[in-house]
Design a protein around this ligand. Structure first.
Ligand code: ZN
Ligand code: ZN
Length: 424
């Protein structure tokens, strides 16, 4: 599962490489499937400036669906870079607290939330890691009033992607910019299931397939999952009263929505104290502008006690030091190796896509909706059941076609769940 940050992007992107029919379908799917926006409901929308063509289509579909008020907030990657290059030192411990408090208030008043991603995932890779970490931490703290309503699933929210030029160049470095944008656009449209004539029906069928998986897992009630493969021997205890989720689900405001487009995962809450063993990443993690690759960590009693990375180790260790919960797991997700995103063979450098290519785990905050009756539990009850709490939630990939997964029942017996990266 992926949440959003405010995004930044190159401003000189053009729509010429992007199929306008599919772009319109993507906007329609965001409103009708991703959010299921209700008549009279307000919408808060964040996007990179390059995504303006999509943002305009979204606004039209939103108002046609009866939106009360659509409020777009656009961000620009050049302004972000200007801060890192010209801002005074004190800038990096600041964040617009007032903005995130306002978002929190809007969500409390049932405003829906849509985030368009399309930024250059490597934007900050050349900047001072200390400044990046401080800026991220200041933002994470300021973002809490908004994040807790998203993580608690108080309202319908959705995140979708637009093929920004700088992102496209990162994914397809050997192509001309217009070709790179066209390729990334087609990949986004296919993964988002808007490449056929009836994307609304395609999403209904996909949601149904994901629900069959979650029903089986919820019936089994495994106490743990055991992952094994090259470099990995990891037992992930599941939270008491955990519940598997996947595809469409109902927010606390009663609206059935699809928070992530695309989505291929089924996921639940691990037990913050019951993770043992070691695990290696199988894809690079693009974290707020830095690439972290070749991650190898060891868990004891749920806590990461040893962390290495072939690349980005300094940033990884800063992330792990964010708070106590940053060293513990808040999510485990199952995705078959044959997922359409995995089959595309593209590394997107973007978690929204890459997490849907592979089984993954997330450091940090858990989702209360991944506990039975989670929306009625107090923070103390969630913690008592093993739900983790942190300022961060960062997904990274541990799946591949060599990973086997067993479900471990309460009596210790084992059920094969995945073999060689596929559902048994
Ligand atoms: Zn996930
Ligand atoms: Zn996640």
């Amino acid at each position: 599962m992926r949440e959003f940050e405010l995004m930044t992007i190159h401003p000189q992107n053009s729509i010429t490489s992007v199929d306008p029919v599919k772009l319109d379908r993507l906007a329609e799917v965001a409103i009708k499937v991703g959010l299921r926006l209700q008549p009279g409901q307000d919408l808060l929308l964040t996007a990179p400036v390059a995504a303006l063509p999509l943002v305009r289509r979204i606004a039209e579909h939103a108002y046609k669906a009866g939106a009360g008020l659509v409020t777009p907030l656009l961000a620009d990657e050049e302004i972000t870079l200007t801060r890192f290059r010209s801002g005074p030192d004190l800038s990096f411990d600041r964040a617009p607290v007032w903005l995130y408090e306002g978002m929190g208030k809007a969500f409390s008043a049932n405003t829906a939330r849509l985030a368009v991603v399309g930024d250059n995932p490597m934007l900050l890779s050349g900047e001072d890691p200390d400044k990046v970490a401080r800026a991220n931490k200041a933002k994470s703290i300021a973002y809490q009033p908004a994040l807790e309503k998203i993580a608690g699933f108080d309202i319908n929210w959705n995140i979708i992607a637009y093929p920004g030029a700088s992102w496209a160049r990162q994914v397809f470095p050997d192509d001309e910019e217009s070709v790179a944008i066209a390729k990334l656009a087609e990949a986004i449209f296919a993964a988002s299931r808007v490449d056929g004539d009836d994307p609304i029906s395609a999403w209904a069928a996909h949601n149904e397939a994901l629900h069959r998986r979650t029903e089986w897992l919820n019936g089994e009630r495994f106490q743990a999952l055991h992952f094994s493969g090259p470099g990995t021997d990891l037992t992930i205890g599941l939270a008491d009263g955990h519940q598997w989720q996947g595809g469409a689900s109902t927010a606390k405001n009663g609206i059935l929505c699809n928070p992530n487009i695309p989505t291929e995962e089924v996921f639940t809450t691990p037990h913050a104290l019951r993770v043992e063993g070691h695990v290696v990443s199988t894809k690079p993690l693009s974290y707020q502008g830095t690439l972290i690759d070749g991650i190898a960590v060891r868990f004891e009693a749920g806590r990461i006690v040893e962390a290495k990375a072939a690349r980005g180790e300094e940033v990884l260790n800063k992330v792990l030091d964010t708070d106590e919960g940053a060293r513990r797991l808040g999510e485990v997700a199952l995705v078959p190796h044959s997922s359409p995103i995995s089959k595309s063979g593209i590394l997107y450098f973007n978690t929204l896509f890459d997490e849907n290519a592979s089984c993954h785990i997330a450091l940090g905050q858990c989702y209360s909706k991944c506990l039975v009756d989670g929306d009625k539990l107090t923070p103390e009850q969630i913690a008592a059941q093993g739900g983790n709490k942190s300022l961060i939630h960062i997904d990274w990939m541990i799946g591949s076609n060599t990973i086997d997964i067993d479900g471990v029942r309460v009596d210790g017996s084992r059920v094969p769940v995945f073999r060689q990266g596929e559902w048994v």
